[in-house]
Ligand binder design. Structure first.
Ligand code: ADP
Ligand code: MG
Length: 272
């Protein structure tokens, strides 16, 4: 058996978490190894973003059971910035605008914190911008300031590529992207799995992300738990049959207060 101290894996075991006194995640088990792409798909309100936030250590999200480790390091003991330093990256579903902090300054500080060369950051930003078709002029903005939804997603991808983490959680990186941008972003992430062995947890509603980004494994999250795990064909089944079809006629109700509507349109957000 592999030595847990040296084994390279992002390991989530029996993870339960609550927000605002409501249990949202009710036992998540997931392992992402270097170079692997795991897709997590699920309807609105199933707990996908909660999982992303809990992995990164967002304040207000309380872990009530289970563990998260990154290459043998216990993440639950660490602050969000320390988790980033340990090699975890989160591309947020709704990237935050950080007025007053330049993108380049942030990436230079990230390089410094990661013990990497800071002189090459600007050059790396230019290379990555060209690679994903991100307008060079936007590199001098403050972090995400006044960017369109699609530009923010490209900006997150650029940060991911420049920082070069070991594992990335992508929370709906596909939302708001047009077809060309989606292809460019997916290709860049896919390349990172090959070039630097990036391990990816790709949270998405739609199988179209997985047309370029080749998932090794697809997990269906519903009601705060992973109900089903399969190969890439599972995302195609979800597209054709919907969540209700794939999970069976009467999936257990979600524990979340939303009731996570499971009607005709699985993408309807019951909370709006
Ligand atoms: P998904 O990303 O799968 O759409 P989320 O993880 O965002 O789902 O939300 C899961 C459930 O947790 C929803 O019912 C949502 O309303 C609830 N939730 C998430 N964050 C909070 C919060 N900060 N306060 C209260 N409820 C929350
Ligand atoms: Mg979400």
């Amino acid at each position: 058996m592999a030595d847990p101290a040296t084994e390279r894996v992002l390991r989530i075991e029996g993870l339960c978490a609550r927000v605002a006194d409501i249990d949202i995640l009710t036992g998540i088990d997931l392992e992402v190894r270097p170079g692997e792409v795991h897709a997590v798909m699920g309807p609105n309100g199933s707990g996908k973003s909660t999982l992303a936030h809990v992995l990164m250590g967002r304040p207000g999200y309380e872990v009530t059971a289970g563990s998260i480790s990154l290459d043998g390091v216990d993440l639950l003991e660490l602050e969000p910035w320390e988790r980033a330093q340990a090699g975890l990256f989160l591309a947020m579903q709704h990237p935050t605008e950080v007025h007053g902090v330049g993108l380049e300054s942030m990436l230079v500080e990230a390089a410094r914190a990661g013990g990497r060369d800071t002189d090459s950051v600007r050059a790396a930003m230019l290379v990555e911008a060209a690679r994903i078709g991100f307008d060079e002029k936007l590199l001098d903005r403050h972090v995400n300031a006044d960017l369109s939804g699609g530009e923010k997603k490209r900006n997150e991808t650029l940060q991911l590529a420049v920082i070069g983490p070991r594992y990335a959680v992508l929370d709906e990186i596909d939302s708001g992207l047009d077809v060309d941008a989606l292809a460019a972003v997916s290709r860049r992430v896919q390349d990172a799995t090959r070039e630097s062995g990036l391990g990816v947890l790709a949270i998405t509603h739609f199988s179209r992300l997985l047309e370029v980004l080749e998932a090794d494994t697809v997990h269906v999250l519903y009601g705060g738990r992973i109900r089903l795990t399969g190969g890439p064909e599972l995302s195609e089944r979800l597209e054709a049959e919907g969540y209700a079809g794939v999970l069976g006629e009467t999936p257990e109700p979600a524990p979340a207060p939303s009731g996570a509507g499971f009607g005709d349109d699985p993408f309807t957000d019951p909370l709006g």
